[in-house]
Design a binder for this molecule. Structure first.
Ligand code: MUC
Ligand code: MG
Length: 367
């Protein structure tokens, strides 16, 4: 089954409620739809969400990287030659979401060809995941109202709170307001997107010591090497590396260097193949993982839940699978639904992604 075509289609769908965090803000999902075609007529699909403030990729750069660098390296290979695919893609160090989307589209093809769901091929541990919702920057009362709405409407009981603003005490107050409003049984953790220094982070964690946080994520830059190690050694909760550990080798380096004690796995940047390498590294080293969200649309979220539910270790904590709720629309013909605080893996062969052609025509940016 040979790869005969690779398409990178830019599309843009506005958010009804933008998400703001310490390193940036998302108002429009300006993503790239990736389609890989085979000589047998199958089409594998995934999406790449550019995060310029994190990885430097833009919608334009993803389209260019796929069209000019990656597609020519894949054409003519079969979908079973995944190691060769990765050897060729990895000649280029950067472009994580472009490479991840190509990897996931190939897995979609494998599943379709085998007549089996990708989640089952990956591990088949569960048919759903509990959902964690990311609460972005806003005045504390609005953050509480958003979390209560997610709890009341979708049954979500785990929240990742964006922190990293100055003064740090405002974020501490928002976390306290969330804990007081939501009660002791709701899961809460914080993500600073490198907004604080190590010392500010340590003070904030000390002031939140009674809030029963599950994790702290990227509170300060990992590039502040000694400060970060100093902080992680003092953190009362597992300290998640997210954007500082975007490749399996970086995960190993950050964990062994004492700069993290847990890992955010994002299929948006490591696909399924790289995410399994990350996951197995974490299992081997005995650290926990959380399925993270790169502010994915519904296609990316479907990929994330397919992977997260597939493995025992990635299904343990609630996965960040709900921020597509803040988009005004999406490309899937059959929208995702969160009920009882959970999101199900889609049944059927492959990833179960069916694109609505009218929506694609409406939102694509290249015609
Ligand atoms: C997160 O966990 O940091 C924000 C930027 C990004 O790349 O991902 C999001 C969420
Ligand atoms: Mg993060």
């Amino acid at each position: 089954m040979k790869i005969i075509g690779v398409e990178a289609i830019p599309f843009a769908i506005p958010y009804t409620k933008p998400l703001a965090f310490a390193s940036g803000e998302v108002r429009t999902a300006d993503h790239v739809l990736i389609r890989v075609r085979t000589d047998e007529g199958l089409v594998g699909t995934a999406e790449a969400p550019p995060r310029p403030y994190t990885y430097g990729e833009t919608q334009e750069s993803i389209v260019a990287a796929v069209d000019k660098l990656f597609a020519p390296r894949l054409l003519g290979l079969t979908v079973l030659e995944r190691e060769t695919v990765h050897a060729r893609l990895d000649r280029t160090v950067g472009n994580p979401t472009a490479k991840a989307a190509l990897d996931m589209a190939l897995w979609d093809l494998l599943g379709q060809a085998a007549g089996m769901p990708v989640s089952g091929l990956l591990g088949g541990f569960a048919d759903r995941m509990r959902v964690s919702h990311m609460v972005g920057f806003a005045p504390a009362a609005e953050m509480v109202a958003e979390a209560e709405r997610c709890r009341d409407t979708y049954g979500i009981t785990t929240f990742k709170v964006k922190v990293g603003r100055r003064p740090y005490r405002d974020d501490v107050a928002a976390c306290r307001a969330l804990r007081e409003a939501l009660g002791p049984d709701v899961g809460l953790y914080v993500d600073g997107n490198r907004g604080w220094t190590a010392a500010e982070s340590a003070r904030a964690l000390a002031e939140m010591a009674d809030l029963g946080l599950l994790f702290a994520e990227e509170l300060c830059p990992a590039d502040d090497v000694l400060g970060r190690r100093w902080l992680v050694a003092r953190s009362p909760v597992p300290f998640i590396a997210d954007e500082s550990a975007t490749r399996p080798a970086e995960v190993t380096r950050e964990l062994l260097g004492g700069s993290a004690t847990a890992i955010s796995v994002k299929t948006a940047r490591t696909g399924f193949t790289g995410s399994q390498r990350v996951l197995h590294t974490c299992e081997a080293l005995g650290v926990e993982v959380v399925m993270g969200n790169q502010i994915d649309g519904q296609i990316g979220t479907l990929c994330s839940v397919a992977f997260g539910a597939a493995h025992r270790s990635s299904a343990h904590y609630a996965g960040e699978l709900s921020n597509f709720l803040d988009m005004s629309d999406d490309l899937l013909a059959e929208p995702l639904t969160i009920t009882g605080g959970t999101l199900r893996v889609r049944e059927g062969a492959g990833l179960g992604i069916r694109i609505d052609p009218d929506k694609l025509a409406r939102y694509r940016q290249d015609s």
